[in-house]
Write a protein that binds this ligand. Structure first.
Ligand code: 5GP
Ligand code: MN
Length: 342
């Protein structure tokens, strides 16, 4: 755990400030939940806080309180740049290195004259003036709760803040089932329910929002699933043509990789998704036990993340990417065989 400069930060925040809060590119539930929750909290403390996301997020997160007044850097560039220029400090939430916001926004942030505060749970964070980094915590949203607690402000958590934090914790823990979900996580979740988070409504807003095409795309993904039993590995592919056929929308492939991981005996799963716009194959990795997909993504696919959930990219074709992936597995055979041994 790294906690750096937070006493100084507390003094800095004693007078009202203009604050910008940023999540990573292609924001997920934790990025959106943690940034919006922090914004509501800082507003309540008398600051003027604005959330600027690098780009848009899936429809199933648009209902979150405050979502309608966030900026997307890519298509609301003027407003976003103005908010950044006007700000006294920027909070970076749910990412560990500036390039995770994408190159355009990264260029802007690299010229930013004031300080950054990073609150994040990914491994190997960049050094910032103010930092709260803890890779053992399940979600940035739980860290925002703990940040509010550090300031002795838990009584300021209202229904909106509770709803945003609940959503972030829920989505980053696979609905409270991953190893990172601790008894403390459950205690925090209980407190958020007491403070107004409607758990049934949040689950159904996020998970029962499928379109017919999304289910058909899932069907296609499952029929593309391949198993490599000698490596306890399964993977899924989706081509651009398949995405178009089922009217792919942002967020439609979220969670699909978990179907590969749900197979009995599988401890390493991947999904390879062709992105013709960026001309890359975007990859998500998931694992069970000690096999670190963070290291795997870092070493071979220009990515990173957590020990059991990471992502990366390939600039080769789909066929070449799969061939490369399959051949790499030989080097990990022992690790893949022993990952789930206690
Ligand atoms: P997902 O597969 O859900 O997109 O991402 C899983 C985890 O890996 C998330 O914590 C995410 O932040 C991280 N991740 C995904 N893609 C990348 C990437 O390209 N680079 C890095 N460093 N982390 C990634
Ligand atoms: Mn997260």
């Amino acid at each position: 755990m790294i906690l750096k400069g937070f006493n100084e930060l507390r003094v800095f925040l004693e007078t009202p400030k203009n604050i910008v809060i940023i999540g990573h590119r292609n924001p997920d539930g934790d990025a959106v939940g943690s940034t919006l929750a922090l914004r509501h909290y800082l507003d309540k403390k008398g600051h003027t806080a604005t959330v600027v996301m690098p780009n848009d997020y899936p429809d199933f997160l648009h209902w979150l309180p405050g979502s309608d007044t966030t900026y997307r850097f890519d298509w609301q560039n003027n407003q976003s740049q103005k908010a950044i220029q006007k700000s006294d400090i920027i909070f970076l939430l749910d990412f560990n290195t500036l390039h995770r916001v994408g190159s355009d926004m990264q260029n802007t942030l690299e010229k930013y004259p004031n300080d950054f505060v990073m609150i994040d749970h990914h491994q190997q964070p960049d050094d910032m003036k103010y930092m709260y980094s803890d890779v053992s915590i399940c979600s940035t949203s739980q860290m925002v709760y703990q940040f509010i607690e550090m300031n002795s402000d838990l009584s300021l958590i209202d229904k909106d803040i509770a709803t945003c934090l609940y959503t972030g914790i829920m989505t980053d823990t696979g609905s409270f089932r991953f190893r990172s979900t601790t008894s403390l996580t459950h205690r925090i979740i209980a407190d958020l329910i007491d403070k107004g988070a409607q758990n049934d409504r949040i689950h159904s807003n996020v998970y029962d929002a499928n379109s017919y095409n999304r289910l058909l795309l899932l069907g296609q993904a499952l029929s593309n699933l391949q198993i490599l039993p000698e490596y306890n590995t399964a993977f899924i592919t989706l081509t651009d043509e398949e995405k178009k056929r089922f009217d792919f929308q942002k967020g439609d492939t979220e969670g699909v990789v978990n179907y590969a991981l749900s197979l009995k005996g599988i401890i390493f799963a991947a999904i390879f998704i062709e992105d013709k716009e960026q001309n890359i194959i975007k990859i998500s990795f998931r694992s069970k036990g000690t096999f670190s997909v963070n290291k795997f993504a870092r070493n071979h696919f220009n990515g990173g993340g957590h020990d059991n959930a990471s992502g990366g990219r390939s600039e080769l074709s789909m066929e070449e990417t799969i061939a490369n992936f399959s051949s790499l597995l030989q080097n990990y055979k022992t690790e893949l065989e022993t990952s789930c041994e206690i």
